[in-house]
Design a protein around this ligand. Structure first.
Ligand code: NAP
Length: 306
C-alpha cells in the first residue's frame, strides 16, 4: 500500500514527488514509458527561474527526476490503464499487469497537442505533419512549411522554423493572433514569414508515394478554396488534457480539464491534481511545478488528518 501515488512525470509530477519525498511520504511516481512531458520537446527553456543560461527541456526534466529520486521518490515506468477512485485505498492498474493501491493519488497527467482531425493527418505525423518544430524542424531545412494556429505556440514554432526553412506561412482561422505582442513582433520580423488570415486547412494533399506535398486552404470569409504546395505542416492549435482515464471519477470542465478547489483538491477527498491537466490558462513549467508543490502539501495535510 502506497501513501502517495503520483501519476505523470512532467514538472508537476516531479515537483510533487520532491515535496512528498521531503515530507517522508516515500511517493511512488508512475511515470509512463516516456516521462518528462511536453518539456521533452522543448530545446531551450529560458524562463524557468534559477538558470542563468537557457537549459534544454529534457535536461531540466532529468534533473528534477534525479533530485526527487535522491530525496526518496520511487519510479515505475509503466502506463496506467485503469483507475478506481470510488473509495480509498484507490486502485491503479498498469500495462505491466500490476495493481497498485494507495491512500492518496496526485494526478499530473499533463496535456497533449490538439490535431486538425483531417483525413490522412494521423498517418502523416512524422512524415510531413508535425507538432514540434524543435523535434522535426531540422528535416525542413531550406523547405517551405506551414504553421497552423494563432497562439503563442504557433508563433514560437514559426519563429523557430523561420531560421531553418525557406519560407514559413502561418495559417490562422481568424484575422487577429491570440499570442502575445512580443511573440507577434518577433515572428513578423522574419522576412521569410507570411500570414494567411481567416483561413483553415480543408484537405491534406499527398503524392502517390504517400508523402505530403500540399494542402487545400479554405478562406473562411468567402468559402473559396485554393491549393498551396508545401513540404511540411506544423500543427500548433492548443492542447488536450490527459484526463480520459479519470472522467468516470473526477469532475472535469467542458474541455476535459480537472476541476480543483481549495488549492489542488478534486471532488474526491484524497485525490489531488496539478499541472496542465488542470490549468488551461498559464501552462508553464514553473506554474505546473508550483501546482505540483501545492498538491504534495495538500496531500500531506490530508494524510495527517485521516
Ligand atoms: P492557445 O493559446 O489556445 O492557441 C491556440 C490557437 O490555435 C488559437 O489561435 C486558436 O484559434 C487556434 N485553433 C484552435 N483550434 C483550432 C482548429 N481546430 N483549427 C485551427 N485553429 C485552431 O494555445 P497555445 O498557443 O498552445 O498556447 C497555450 C498557452 O501556452 C498560452 O497560455 C500561451 O501563452 C502559452 N505559451 C507560451 C509560450 C511562451 O511564452 N514562450 C509558448 C507557447 C505557449 P483562435 O485564436 O481563433 O481561438
Amino acid at each position: 500500500m502506497e501513501k502517495v501515488l503520483i501519476i505523470g512525470a512532467g514538472p508537476a509530477g516531479y515537483t510533487a514527488a520532491i515535496y512528498a519525498a521531503r515530507a517522508n511520504l516515500t511517493p511512488l511516481v508512475i511515470a509512463g514509458p516516456l516521462p518528462g512531458g511536453q518539456l521533452m520537446l522543448t530545446s531551450d527553456v529560458e524562463n524557468y527561474p534559477g538558470f542563468i543560461d537557457p537549459i534544454p527541456g529534457p535536461e531540466l526534466m532529468e534533473a528534477m527526476r534525479q533530485q526527487s529520486e535522491r530525496i526518496g521518490a520511487a519510479y515505475n515506468y509503466a502506463q496506467v490503464t485503469e483507475v478506481d477512485l470510488s473509495k480509498p485505498p484507490f486502485k491503479v492498474w498498469t500495462d505491466s499487469d500490476e495493481m497498485i493501491e494507495s491512500q492518496t493519488v496526485i494526478v499530473c497527467t499533463g496535456a497533449s497537442s490538439r490535431m486538425l482531425d483531417l483525413p490522412g493527418e494521423k498517418e502523416l505525423v512524422g512524415r510531413g505533419i508535425s507538432t514540434c518544430a524543435v523535434c522535426d524542424g531540422f528535416f525542413y531545412k531550406g523547405k517551405d512549411v506551414l504553421v497552423v494556429g494563432g497562439g503563442d505556440s504557433a508563433l514560437e514554432e514559426a519563429s523557430y522554423l523561420a531560421k531553418i526553412a525557406n519560407t514559413v506561412t502561418l495559417i490562422h482561422r481568424r484575422e487577429k493572433f491570440r499570442g502575445s505582442k512580443v511573440m507577434q513582433d518577433r515572428v513578423l520580423s522574419f522576412k521569410n514569414v507570411a500570414v494567411i488570415w481567416n483561413t483553415a486547412i480543408d484537405e491534406i494533399l499527398t503524392l502517390p508515394d504517400g508523402k505530403l506535398n500540399g494542402v487545400i486552404l479554405k478562406d473562411l470569409g468567402n468559402g473559396r478554396k485554393s491549393e498551396k504546395s508545401c513540404d511540411g505542416v506544423f500543427v500548433a492549435i492548443g492542447h488536450i488534457p490527459g484526463t480520459e482515464l479519470f472522467k468516470k471519477w473526477l469532475d472535469l470542465d467542458e474541455e476535459g480539464y480537472i476541476k480543483v478547489q481549495n488549492g489542488t483538491r478534486t471532488n474526491i477527498p484524497g485525490v489531488f491534481a496539478a499541472g496542465d491537466c488542470v490549468d488551461r490558462v498559464y501552462r508553464q513549467a514553473v506554474t505546473a511545478a508550483g501546482m505540483g508543490c501545492m498538491a504534495a502539501l495538500d496531500c500531506e495535510r490530508y494524510l495527517s488528518f485521516i
